[in-house]
Structure formats: C-alpha cells, structure tokens
Design a protein around this ligand. Structure first.
Ligand SMILES: [Zn+2]
Ligand SMILES: [Zn+2]
Ligand SMILES: [Zn+2]
Length: 336
C-alpha cells in the first residue's frame, strides 16, 4: 500500500519512529505527504519525546516550537521541569500567604534543613504538595535527590523562578517564548497568592529591571570585553559584587550609586594601595567591564567621579604594571 494512502493516524505513528530530518525528507517526496508537516499531533509528540516539552505559547504551533528546539542557536532549551507544574493543583500552604504579604515578617523563617534565615536567602519548592522552604544549598540537594518535579523553586524576595537542573532563572527575555509564557502564568499565580497588591506591583517592575541587568552583566564574558573594539572600563569590584548579589536575587534592591572618587587622591592620582589583578577576582579592587556595560550603568545608576578606562590609564603612575596585566589578560581573553 503506498504511504500517501494511509490514514493520518497511521502516518503519524510511522513518522514518530523517524528522525526530524527523515520527516522533512518524507514531506518533500510528494504533495500528499507534504501534509505531514501540518500534523500538529506529530510535532507535539516529537517535542515531548525528544525534548520533554509539551507546553507552548498560544501563538506557536508545535511545528514552530519543534524547529526552535531543534535549532536553538546560543539559547538554552526551554526548561522541561516546569512541564508538570500547574496552577490548578494544590493551593499554596497557608503559612506562605500570611508571611509573604509582608516580606519583613520572613525574618524569622528558616530553611527547613538548617538555620539559614531571611527572605533574601530562601527558596520555595514549587512542586504541588511540597512547597518546602529551603536555603540554596538544601534546595540544590532537594532538586537532585527528589524526582524531577522538585527542581523548580520560587524565590520569594524577588518573585522569580529558578530551576536547579537547568541552573538558570526561567522566563528571561532571551528564553524561548514557550518558556516565557509558561513562566509568566506560574509566576502570576504565585505572586497573587504570595504578595499584597502593592508589593506585587513593585516586584513586577523590579523584576523587569533585574532581568535586563542580568543579561547586561553576563553578556560581559572576557572574550566579549576584549573583542568589543571599545575601551575596556574599570569598575570597583566591591560595587560589582553588590550588583551581582542584586542581579542573582540575594539582595532585593539594586545597589546605590557608583562612587569612583574613592580610588583617587586629591592630586588626581590613583591611591597606591588599590589592587589591580584581573587574574585574581577575589583580591582585585577593580573589575573590567565592556564599554556597552558601562553605557548601561551610566544611564541607570548615579555615577560620582570620573571613569577610568584603559585609554586614560597612561596618565596614572602605576600604569606600567597595570598595562602589562591588562595586555596579558586581553590576549588570553581573545584566545591568542
Ligand atoms: Zn529546568
Ligand atoms: Zn539549609
Ligand atoms: Zn519539593
């Protein structure tokens, strides 16, 4: 019996045994088999069996979802672990409703497994009927020891969702629209239960800012900084550490202004005790960032004092040693 005369169900069952490449080949053999590309149930089944994803954005077809999963470029694949989280399952534990409407009252709340306290340090397992409150360390082991349904956590101080298996925040701007859609639904549901309206509103605008800054910060790989073609900029490591704490949700509020004046003596020279060593992030007082990141910071944070870049380093007394460090760092970052 010729393939094209088979009923769609049988054709789909056969196609499910093929690779996506074979299906595409099959679809171009004749007009009637080209219809196979429009069998949504086939693509849904492939998304689920190959990538573990069967949720999608309403504007996506499963075929377009499959194509984006098959060819994700530099993006992470959508998190398969939120697949089974459903807003209609068991409502949140009453404790959370009472505590989280006022974040200050979280001060006494501890990790279920140790004595880590405070809303900034705790996560809530989003698995229905679990909702255990844990510190990062214990959330990680909870995710790896329990079955797949316990990987995804809500971070109550910032109202964001983190997957300990994908090791990423979910629903970021660069995530697949399927994940962004699913994350938004879950997040809205949790936020309504967790927060009073004014805190929820603040959280939503903070979240947009934090997500944008997360992309800006982690785009700055050594390679990106060294090959951007613009001058490398110097930022106090202490400020960068506070910024990263905010971006990754360990601090609820963004850091205050960037004070570059602390580096300088009254004669305009850098203080001699400032340490610069780009190979030792834990001891250097100065962190390197790209010009693009500097441009973002300049537009979004008050800056006190003048910016130091690799271009105006030559006006400084200690420029020889610093320039040598910088040149070696740049060569390594460029992979030379
Ligand atoms: Zn995940
Ligand atoms: Zn703990
Ligand atoms: Zn759990």
């Amino acid at each position: 019996m010729p393939l094209e005369t088979l009923c769609p169900d049988i054709l789909v069952s056969i196609a499910e045994l093929l690779t996506s490449k074979d299906i595409l080949q099959l679809s171009i053999t004749c007009h009637s088999l080209s219809k196979i590309l429009y069998y949504e149930c086939l693509w849904k089944s492939l998304c689920s069996s190959i990538y573990g994803i069967s949720y999608k954005h309403p504007n996506q077809t499963y075929h377009s979802l499959f194509r984006s999963l098959d060819n994700p470029g530099n993006s992470r694949l959508p998190c398969p672990h939120i697949e089974l989280l459903d807003i209609h399952q068991t409502p949140l534990h009453g404790l959370l409703v009472d505590k989280a409407t006022d974040p200050v009252s979280w001060e006494g709340v501890e990790c279920h497994e140790c004595d880590v306290k405070g809303i900034n340090s705790l996560f809530i397992c989003m698995s229905p009927e679990c909702h255990i409150i844990l510190c990062q360390h214990h959330a990680k082991s909870h995710a790896s020891l329990r079955c797949v349904h316990h990987n995804v956590f809500f971070k109550p101080n910032i109202g964001e969702i983190f997957c300990f298996s994908c090791i990423d925040w979910l629903g970021n701007e660069c995530a697949n629209i399927a994940e962004r859609y699913k994350e938004e639904i879950l997040n809205d549901h949790w936020s309504i239960v967790m927060y009073c309206p004014s805190y929820r509103q603040k959280n939503t605008s903070d979240k947009l800012r934090r997500r944008e800054e997360r992309i800006v910060r982690w785009r700055d790989s050594p390679h990106y900084i060294a090959t951007s073609g613009r001058p490398i900029c110097f930022i106090p490591t202490e400020w960068m550490n506070t910024w990263e704490q905010y971006i990754e949700g360990w601090q609820t509020d963004h850091p205050p202004m960037i004070d570059l004046r602390l580096w300088y003596l009254s004669n305009g020279y850098l203080r001699p005790n400032i340490a610069f060593n780009p190979f030792a992030p834990s001891t250097t007082d100065i962190t390197l960032i790209s010009w693009d990141t500097w441009a973002y910071l300049e537009n979004n944070y008050p800056i006190l004092g003048a910016l130091l870049t690799e271009n105006n380093l030559s006006t400084q007394k200690n420029n020889n040693r610093w320039s040598t460090y910088l040149e070696v760092w740049k060569r390594r970052a460029r992979g030379e």
